[in-house]
Design a protein around this ligand. Structure first.
Ligand SMILES: [Zn+2]
Length: 457
């Protein structure tokens, strides 16, 4: 096991110019840049090639070929590595995703699928989401293997292949993890933190919960007819009335252990009227004035409950015909622990009109928040402090969902523990000219090394 002191010594040695060997920053950067070169966007069939390349790296680093399984699913694939431990404790799982969001080279300054190092950054689609942490995890496992580290529990590495779309590979992996008796999951795809212009850390978020995403369809149908002969009912007018009700509705305020901790911390740091509202809400989650203030800010409205908004509308088929159909999409971000069906039923109640059909528009999943386990909090606290001295992680809830959703739904506590900390203005996840600072690599390696050794010692 590495102590914090030796991890710090490692950080210092990583800062020095290095030739590439397992676990050093130069090797990890090279792996990251090579990984970006696989255009692992949906439908290009590059995920299996990337998975094979990762497997070859792991095998070259001493992992048995038969401990790594790559399973295709359509044009994509998932990768599963099992590093057998002594079995002293139940298995631990690590996760990341190999796929990336589409990027149009016409819009980028550089080719998104050719990694470029420039001005202290590595540019390329996936440079941060999620090839950064995926690479840091793989590099750390290779380094630990090379050093003869012997985990006290099985370590499972689950790399999914369609996180940015359906999450079908992660759903299968969550079932595999459950069957393998996995105790908890550490996901590199959420959590992490921000630094200021001087590189000084501002905060680190340990993500213990995610809101789930769901779309609902509100549909009104009508016999229609000629527009010169209006009838008592009109599909567009009926839908418009329902739309107004949904837009005006506020779901009940909610709080969990995670949001209580994050709002308390943010309230103290934010100060002013908004900070005071956060603290008042923590003290009394029924405080109507605090709830109103938090709902008025786009930064906090999503933290205190489920939100639903009308996002798309279509209706009618000709300028001179009574509409036969009108349809609204309502997009909801659901507070952890509340089911997709509960929200559907609530929307139906809000609309209160049998002429409006409310249905779930897709295959969506919800999951409970993960408990703030002391072993995880302690290990993440050590890892963050080793990588960025002086920073204390604060639990948080993500507004969007990752693969962790499937593991939580399967009953496996899951934590977003990215090793990446960078400036807010450099974050271009899913956007143009995605990049990571080269200087973020060495601390991320310290982060993952301390975290994995703490959890598997
Ligand atoms: Zn991601």
């Amino acid at each position: 096991m590495k102590t914090i002191a030796s991890a710090l010594a490692l950080a210092l040695s990583l800062a020095a110019p290095a030739h590439a060997s397992p676990g050093d920053a130069a090797d990890a950067k090279a792996m990251l840049m090579r990984g970006i070169g696989f255009a692992t966007v949906q439908a290009r069939g590059q995920v299996p090639a990337y998975a094979e390349w990762l497997k070859a790296r792991l095998v070259a680093g001493g992992f048995a070929a038969d401990s790594i399984t790559i399973t295709p699913l359509g044009e994509t694939a998932r990768l599963h590595l099992v590093w057998k431990g002594s079995g002293k404790r139940p298995p631990l799982a690590l996760a990341g995703h190999m796929d990336v969001v589409e990027a149009d080279p016409k819009d980028w300054t550089r080719d998104p699928f050719t990694a470029v190092e420039d001005a202290g950054f590595v540019f390329g689609r996936g440079a941060s989401d999620n090839k950064f942490d995926l690479t840091m995890i793989v590099a750390t496992l290779l380094a630990l293997k090379a050093e003869g580290f012997r985990p006290a529990r099985d370590i499972h590495l689950f790399l999914s292949g369609d996180e940015e779309i359906s999450g079908a590979t992660a759903a299968l992996q969550a079932a595999e993890a459950k069957a393998a008796g996995v105790d908890l999951l550490l996901n590199g795809d959420s959590g992490g933190g921000l630094v200021d212009d001087a590189g000084k850390p501002i905060f680190y978020t340990l993500s213990g919960a995610e809101k789930s995403y769901a779309d609902y369809a509100l549909t009104v149908t009508d016999p229609g007819g000629h527009s010169s002969r209006p009838t008592a009912t009109n599909a567009i007018a009926t839908l418009a009335a329902a739309t107004a009700k949904i837009a005006a509705y506020r779901f009940p305020a909610e709080i969990s252990d995670i949001t209580r901790a994050s709002l308390r911390d943010a309230g103290t740091k934010t100060g002013g009227p908004l900070g005071a509202a956060m603290l008042a809400f923590v003290a009394n989650p029924a405080d109507a004035a605090a709830i109103a203030s938090l709902r008025a800010s786009p930064d906090t409205v999503g933290q205190i409950g489920t939100t639903c908004v009308p996002t798309m509308v279509k209706g009618g088929h000709a300028p001179n015909a009574l509409p036969q159909k009108a349809e609204l999409n309502v997009n909801c971000r659901i507070f952890p622990g509340i089911s997709i069906e509960t929200v559907r039923a609530e929307l139906e109640k809000v609309v209160a009109d049998p002429a409006v059909k409310v249905t779930v528009a897709g295959d969506f999943h919800s999951a409970p928040p993960s408990p703030l386990r002391p072993d995880v909090v302690a290990a993440v606290t050590k890892a963050v402090a080793a990588a960025r001295p002086g920073v204390v992680p604060v639990p948080g809830m993500d507004a969007g969902a990752s693969d962790s959703l499937f593991y939580r739904a399967a009953g496996i506590p899951s934590y977003g523990v990215s090793g990446l900390m960078m400036r807010g203005q450099d974050v271009f996840i899913h956007g143009l000219n995605e990049r990571v600072p080269v200087a973020a690599i060495a601390p991320a390696l310290v982060h993952w090394r301390v975290l994995i050794t703490e959890m598997a010692k």
